[in-house]
Structures are given as C-alpha cells and as structure tokens.
Design a protein around this ligand. Structure first.
Ligand SMILES: Cc1cc2nc3c(=O)[nH]c(=O)nc-3n(C[C@H](O)[C@H](O)[C@H](O)COP(=O)(O)OP(=O)(O)OC[C@H]3O[C@@H](n4cnc5c(N)ncnc54)[C@H](O)[C@@H]3O)c2cc1C
Length: 397
C-alpha cells in the first residue's frame, strides 16, 4: 500500500505528493521559477541583503519567466491560474523574501490594483509596460499614524480643475524609490476612498521619497517614507472603480492569498536546508540527524510545512472555483505566518552556529519570516478577521 520513497521527483519537500495533482503546465511554471532561484538568486542575493541594496539585475530576470502580472489575463500579463500563482510565490520565497516581495508588490499589489480597479483605458495605458517590467509599480496605503487602522488613512485628494491635489504621508512603501508608477491611496473631499496613480514620481514636485534604513529582514527590497505636499495628479489617473476601503480590500485579500504561499515557501526553504545539514553534520562520531532531539525538530518542521502546503493547495482550489472569502485567506495567512516563524527558528537552531551566518541562507529566511508575520495585515489583525467571519462580530475597532 505504501511506496518506499516519500519525496516526489519535484526538487523539494512534498510529503503529501501534491505534485501528483498538478498539471504539466503548473509544474513547468514552478520549474522555471525554481531554476531562476537556483541559478540567479541564491548565488548572488546575500551580498545585496548584507548591504541592504536592491538587486535590480536579479529582479529584472523575473521578466523572462512569464509570471509578471500573475492572475491578470491580457495586457501582456502572465494569466496564471491560482495554483501557478501560489507556486511562484512559494518558490521565490524559498529562495529569498526580498525578491518575492518585489514581485508581490509590483505584480500583485500595484498591477492587481490597476487590473481589478482600473478602467479599460487605464489597464491599456499602464499594464502592458508593467507586464514587461519596463515600468515598476508600488502600492502606498500605510501611513505613519495609520498601520493596521488603514481604513482611517489621512491622505487627502482635493479636486482642482482637471487635477487632484494630494497631501499626506505614507510609510513602509515597497519599491517606492525605484517606482515608475506609484499608487497612493487617500480620501477625496467627499470622504470617498480612492487610488491615484502617480507617474514618474521622482520628477513630481512636492513628492519626497526617503528609503527606510536599518530594516532587519527582507533587506534587499527597499521600503520608503513618502511625503506628499500639494502633489498634482491628473484626474484621469484616479483609479476608476474604488470608492470605499472594501475596494482596496479586494486587492489586499488576494495579497494575503499570495503571502500565505510565501510563508509556506520560506518555511519549506529553511526546513530543506536544516534537513540537509542535519544529515551531513557530524558530532560525537555520527550525523546530528541520528539524535532523537534533532529528529523531533525535523519532524516538527516537516509536519508544519506539510500543513501549510495542504492549506495553500486547497486555498488555490477555492480561489479557482470562486469560493474563497476573506476568512479563508486570513486564516491561511494567520496560520502560515506564525508557523513560518516557528519553523525558520527551528531550522536555524538545528544548524547551530552555521545557522547564524547569512552564507548558509537560513538566517536570512528566518528574518524574512518576521516581515511576513507583520505585513499584509499583522497576524493579530488576520486573527481578528477570522474571528469576525466566525462570529459575525467585529472585534478590530
Ligand atoms: C517590510 C514591510 C513592507 C511593507 N510594505 C508595504 C507596502 O508596500 N505598502 C503599504 O501600504 N504598506 C506596507 N507595509 C505596511 C504594513 O502593512 C504595516 O506595517 C502593517 O499593516 C502594520 O502596521 P504598523 O506597522 O503601523 O503596526 P500597528 O498597526 O501600529 O500595530 C502594532 C501592533 O499592534 C497590533 N494591533 C493594532 N491594532 C490592533 C487591534 N485592533 N487589535 C489587536 N492588535 C492590534 C498589531 O497587530 C501589532 O502587533 C509594509 C510593512 C513592512 C514591515
């Protein structure tokens, strides 16, 4: 009844053989990303991470993988199915969180906002160049005083002839200092929520973008503080559809879908490194993997990674069949982000002192997991979103 081998042909941990439920096309997408990670990301990323520099050339390599734009169909975008999209996040994150976030912000949050909430004309105008990575996108929602409480953002947009005048501040905005298209969320004079696309932000008067320094995870993607002082944006650049926070929430919900996969990927990456290390590293005349205490850690990690993979796989089916809701993506993000923290720490400690050196990758993955825990809704906020789904009672505000 049981076969001897527990791993599939897939070059990675897959205890429950999810691989056997994937189409050749899904496997091909995953393979492309895995090869890129092995050949381009892993040999080069550590020095960028160490110096907190964005690896532009490495990131530009993503355009050759036919994954940009993710789920978006048309406009030169990849038009991936939900499982392919999840596998892309998983494989990128297994290699490096900064590259994964660069992709997630550009392709998911920025292109996703235009794809889901823009008019046909706006999609035609911006998405093709973004699909080719000729224009990089950023997504500015969070503010210095409005993090979890983003529904009450303070940025204002006042109509002035054919333009809007934007005032306010944004914080933590990924890709902002390299962006060609910066989406700024705010409220108009009527209090309606809106997203304004600022083109070529570096050349725009009144817009100040300053990279945040001293970040302890995902150090190879830059996040910025932004100040907007009477920034003039053409009215045609207001995204056509959004009028309430719920509209932006549609983009964030899909973002959580991707981040749940990302969390599974970072945990799997750390576990695979620790398993390999434990089989090779000898102490007391035998591999450390021969110790029950080490096997306990390995089994604990393997079980958590498998649980995350199963959740993600089923979530992809729900997204594909139109049955996903906020509770599902929030629960997946909540579970996977906290388990990713746990697994990456177990992996790090399994590798002893060597686990503390970035040359062995696991420490970098451990710090990436800290960021995953906090962004796309902190884990507390995602917990409360699930609580609201279960009880019908909002305990967030
Ligand atoms: C590396 C990084 C990249 C990011 N990229 C982007 C980006 O590209 N664009 C963007 O718009 N934003 C981005 N963010 C912002 C991110 O979404 C916010 O950091 C996040 O929403 C939390 O906000 P905060 O950091 O202000 O924490 P706060 O909201 O101040 O929360 C502090 C603590 O209080 C808890 N808390 C808050 N409210 C409640 C409550 N009601 N009940 C229980 N606990 C609560 C939180 O869970 C947390 O533990 C990024 C953040 C990071 C760290």
């Amino acid at each position: 009844m049981f076969t001897e081998k527990t791993m599939t042909d897939y070059r990675g941990f897959d205890f429950f053989k999810l691989d056997t439920f994937m189409t050749d096309q899904q496997k091909a997408v995953r393979q492309r990303v895995q090869d890129y990670v092995q050949q381009t990301v892993l040999p080069n990323i550590n020095s960028y991470w160490d110096k907190a520099e964005f690896p532009r050339e490495i990131a530009m390599g993503l355009k050759d993988l036919n994954i940009i734009g993710g789920l978006i169909r048309g406009y030169g975008s990849a038009g991936l199915d939900p499982l392919e999209m999840g596998l892309v996040m998983y494989e990128l994150s297994k290699g490096d969180g900064s590259i994964c976030t660069f992709f997630g912000v550009h392709s998911g949050l920025a292109m996703g906002s235009i794809g889901l909430l823009g008019s046909d004309e706006q999609r035609e105008r911006w998405l093709p160049a973004m699909s080719r990575l000729e224009k990089i996108g950023a997504f500015g929602l969070t503010e210095p005083t409005q993090g979890s409480d983003a529904v009450n953002i303070k940025t204002t947009a006042r109509k002035d002839g054919d333009d809007y005048i934007l005032n306010g501040a944004k914080r933590w905005i990924g890709n902002a200092s390299i962006a060609d298209l910066l989406i700024i969320w705010g409220r108009d004079e009527d209090g309606a929520f809106g997203g304004w696309v600022i083109e070529n932000p570096k050349a725009v008067e009144g817009l100040e973008i300053v990279d945040i320094t001293g970040k302890i995870g995902k150090r190879a993607i830059l996040n910025a503080d932004i100040r907007l002082t009477n920034v003039r944006v053409p009215a045609a650049n207001r995204l056509a559809k959004p009028r309430s926070f719920k509209d932006a929430g549609k983009v964030l919900g899909l973002g959580r879908y991707g981040v749940a996969w990302e969390a599974a990927g970072v945990a799997a990456g750390a576990f695979e490194l620790a398993l390999d290390y434990a089989k090779k590293r000898e102490q007391f005349g035998k591999p450390i993997a021969a110790n029950q205490l080490i096997q306990q850690k390995l089994v604990e990690m393997a079980t958590e990674v498998s649980t995350m993979q199963l959740i993600c796989f089923q979530m992809a089916q729900l997204l594909g069949s139109g049955q996903i809701n906020e509770g599902v993506s929030s629960m997946a993000k909540y579970n996977n982000a906290r388990k990713a923290r746990y697994v990456t720490q177990l992996a790090r400690e399994t590798m002893g002192g060597n686990g503390l050196l970035i040359e062995n990758h696991v420490a970098r993955l451990m710090m990436d997991a800290e960021i995953i825990y906090t962004y796309e809704g902190t884990n507390e906020i995602n917990l409360l979103l699930v609580g609201r789904e279960l009880t019908g009672i909002n305990a967030i505000t």
